[in-house]
Design a protein around this ligand. Structure first.
Ligand code: C5P
Length: 238
């Protein structure tokens, strides 16, 4: 039987900590004595990921390298201060050439406590033939669409909606082609893709869902960090 090549990953960590109200880059904020990016990289590794490229802010590359020094096969590169999409593109370039059917995950350092089983589910689904896979959970809030003046324009059926997490997983050729197409779209045609699966959708690709996990919460605001601190206190950080 042919050997399955190991999955690789881009771990995005080039964002600022402004919504968290801190001066440090968010991914360096400490959770139970280790920075968010360390938890996220360690979780990916435990979920079956080999090489991990971390996109960090240019001004903090050395701090990121120090923070990740005890995790093998991690490469820290400069991300983009323009957009997450541009940071992911730089991370993919740093991963170098991969086979068309290799599995690549894209994960946010802002989700430090994603259980390894989620990465494993995503990788399995790509290996089973999906081009793009996202972990999702049902939404509990009712969602509305609103216009620029704050007036409600619609109420989508909640049963049709899901909340999307990372890591998102892709066949290498599907993700790299979607990024190339996204980069060449002019600004006024550009889709507001806030995730990588959105870029695949924009070129007509199909995206499969797998079950996400509540512990994969995104640390954005101070309350998220407080909850993550409680959860991390129960995890070994060595
Ligand atoms: O800003 P937001 O929380 O949506 O960012 C999601 C992830 O993308 C974070 O892990 C952040 O560090 C990363 N990011 C990035 N480059 C940017 C903006 C965000 O790597 N220019």
């Amino acid at each position: 039987m042919p050997q399955l090549s190991e999955a690789c990953a881009v771990l995005t960590a080039a964002g600022s900590g402004s919504r968290l109200g801190c001066e440090l880059p968010k991914a360096l904020v400490s959770l139970s004595g280790r920075p968010l990016v360390w938890w996220a990289a360690r979780g990916l590794r435990a979920g079956g990921v080999g090489m991990i490229v971390v996109t960090a802010p240019a001004s903090s590359i050395e701090d990121f390298r120090a923070a990740l020094a005890d995790i093998e096969d991690v490469l820290v590169v400069t991300g983009s201060d323009r957009s997450r999409q541009a940071s992911v593109a730089l991370g993919l370039a740093a991963l170098g050439h991969r086979d068309a059917d290799a599995v690549v995950l894209v994960h946010d350092a802002a989700r430090p406590l994603t259980p390894p089983e989620v990465s494993a589910r995503v990788i399995d689904a790509v290996r089973s033939g999906a081009g793009a896979v996202i972990p999702v959970l049902p939404v509990t809030d009712t969602l509305k669409t609103v216009d620029a003046s704050g007036l409600v324009t619609g109420t989508p059926r909640r049963a049709d909606m899901v909340a999307v997490q990372t890591p998102q997983g892709f066949r290498w050729d599907v993700l790299t082609r979607a990024h190339e197409a996204g980069a060449s779209r002019s600004a006024d045609e550009a889709v507001a893709a806030t995730d990588d699966a959105g870029l695949v959708e924009a070129v007509g690709g199909s995206v499969q869902t797998v079950t996400g996990d509540e512990r994969s919460l995104k640390v954005t605001r101070p309350l998220d960090l407080a909850l993550a601190q409680l959860l991390a206190a129960e995890e070994p950080s060595a």
